[in-house]
Design a protein around this ligand. Structure first.
Ligand SMILES: Cc1ncc(COP(=O)(O)O)c(C=O)c1O
Length: 497
């Protein structure tokens, strides 16, 4: 990289803020550059490159918050230089975290007194929260097995095949087998009966999801609790439940307060929720709370004292920012129960508007349910000519990021589009999206079918006697999905989150 400004005297500012006037060669990509550059130039160069990122507000793939009030943005910026782990130096920030844990534990009906301190911790997201909860279950199960003189080297977790990738990470990183209940067409969440059938003496917990990542649907935690309690009674085991309420944890208490999914159910020992999803804070905060002190083995808690007083820590990393904890507390006191309820109701209403608009095209079947996380997942009624992957691709041109994906086993042949409704996805944006989906449908329907082309190519390859073997609709569909998956994978590194 060559800058014409290298002969500027120290402290002299650039005459112009447009960095392109000063950069003559490619920017460093692999090695630290030899020379410094003026701050204005560095800012402009990076800012310009970032303009090519998608617009977060139009990223309908993500549950993660993309808008907060300017007052909270100010609080976030003023705490940006505070390391959360320095608890002795920043006791107020620590206190705000503890208040958040207490508020969440009460929201999830933990059996604690009015002024009693809850057991939980702030994390960087639900993934870290799940790792911690999983470790606590693993250690408790190992301790029990060891005390009984039984083998404790083959722990497993029972989940639905719809679990988010963080559970697979937990299983691989911490050597726990993941036993997945398969899905089927039309039923995209864990079946509690099948889950309980899969439980054995090595099961450290059953993980239920409150708000499936794929369809937003809540799993039936109450039924799971009742069936598992019965099995525990028969077998003498004590298999517990963890609820992955990454999305649903900040929805159910406001929209479905009567729904029993949380610590009201005796086998639910821990719950995670993403503060950065419907907790309404920017990316970087999650929570895990335990039912009681007994559910978090003491040996997993570390005590450090070199930063000041004795500090208990139970997190995977050490240093992290404080801003998100502060932002979470801001949302709690700013919105209160009333504010969260209003926002969630509004999201549900916007999901309804969008769903009706999508249905009115006549081309889609809705896969998501009306209750659960406010999102709309939909599939093409007829995918013999075009696919949801083409629609997702074409919507990009209008700025919309709408993911298309296939369902997990055994429903892989079902491909859907999914729009997550966040607070900042207003009714007018929903109406606009429907208009753009209609435009895209007209456009792709005017094009020759790529499916027919792919089917023809694959048929040509497989027919060695000059005849074109006739393929079933399912076979063609499978080939098309494989083709698009490969194409999409090449372009995207992120899955649905
Ligand atoms: C059900 C579920 N669990 C866990 C996660 C991971 O959450 P995080 O992104 O907060 O780590 C997600 C993310 O979408 C999710 O939907």
């Amino acid at each position: 990289m060559v800058l014409t400004t290298t002969n500027l005297a120290a402290g002299e500012s650039l005459p112009c803020t447009f960095a392109s006037r000063y950069v003559r060669t490619s920017l460093p990509r692999f090695q630290l550059p030899d020379c410094s550059i003026p701050k204005e130039a560095a800012y402009q160069i990076i800012n310009d490159e970032l303009m090519l990122d998608g617009n977060p507000r139009l990223n309908l793939a993500s549950f993660v918050t993309t808008w907060m009030e300017p007052e909270c943005d100010r609080l976030i910026m003023s705490a940006i230089n505070k390391n959360y782990v320095d608890m002795d130096e920043y006791p107020v920030t620590t206190e705000l975290q503890n208040r958040c844990v207490n508020i969440i534990a009460h929201l999830f009906n933990a059996p604690i007194g009015e002024d009693e301190t809850a057991i939980g911790v702030g994390t960087v997201g639900s993934s870290e929260a799940i790792m911690l909860a999983g470790l606590a279950f693993k250690r408790k199960w190992q301790n029990r097995r060891q005390a009984e003189g039984k083998p404790y080297d083959k722990p497993n977790i029972v989940t639905g095949a719809n679990v988010q990738v963080c559970w697979e990470k937990f299983a691989r990183y911490f050597e726990v087998e993941l036993k997945e209940v398969k899905l089927r067409e039309g039923f995209y969440v864990m079946d509690p009966e099948k889950a309980v059938e899969m439980v054995d003496e090595n099961t450290i917990c059953v993980a239920a999801i409150l708000g499936s990542t794929l369809t937003g649907e809540f799993e039936d935690v109450k039924l799971l609790n009742d069936l598992l309690a019965e099995k525990n009674k028969q077998t003498g085991w004590a298999t517990p439940i963890h609820v992955d309420a990454a999305s649903g944890g900040f929805i159910a208490p406001f929209l479905y307060p009567e729904l029993e999914w949380d610590f009201r159910l005796p086998l639910v020992k821990s719950i995670n929720a993403s503060g950065h999803k419907y907790g309404l804070v920017y990316a970087g905060v999650g929570w895990v709370v335990w039912r009681s002190k007994e559910d978090l083995p003491e040996e997993l808690i570390f005590h450090i004292n070199y930063l000041g007083a004795d500090q208990p820590t139970f997190t995977l990393n050490f240093s992290k920012g404080s801003s998100h904890i502060i932002a979470q507390y801001y949302q709690f006191i700013r919105l209160g129960y009333e504010g969260y309820k209003n926002i969630m109701e509004n999201c549900v209403e916007n999901a309804r508007i969008l769903k009706e608009g999508i249905e009115s095209t006549g081309r889609f079947d809705i896969v998501s349910k009306d209750s659960g996380v406010p999102l709309v997942a939909f599939k093409l009624k007829d995918s013999s000519q075009h696919t949801v992957f083409e629609i997702s691709d074409s919507l990009r041109r209008f700025g919309w990021i709408v993911p298309a994906y296939t369902m997990p086993p055994d429903a892989e042949h079902v491909a859907v589009l999914r729009v997550v409704i966040r607070e900042d996805f207003s009714r007018s944006l929903a109406e606009r999206l429907v208009a753009d989906i209609n435009k895209v449908l007209l456009e792709i329907e005017a094009l020759p079918s790529r499916i027919a082309k792919i089917a023809a190519v694959t048929s040509e390859i497989s027919g060695n006697d000059g005849t074109v073997p006739k393929k079933s609709v399912d076979e063609v569909q499978k080939e098309v999905i494989t083709f698009w998956n490969r194409l999409v994978e090449k372009k995207k590194t992120n899955g649905v989150c």
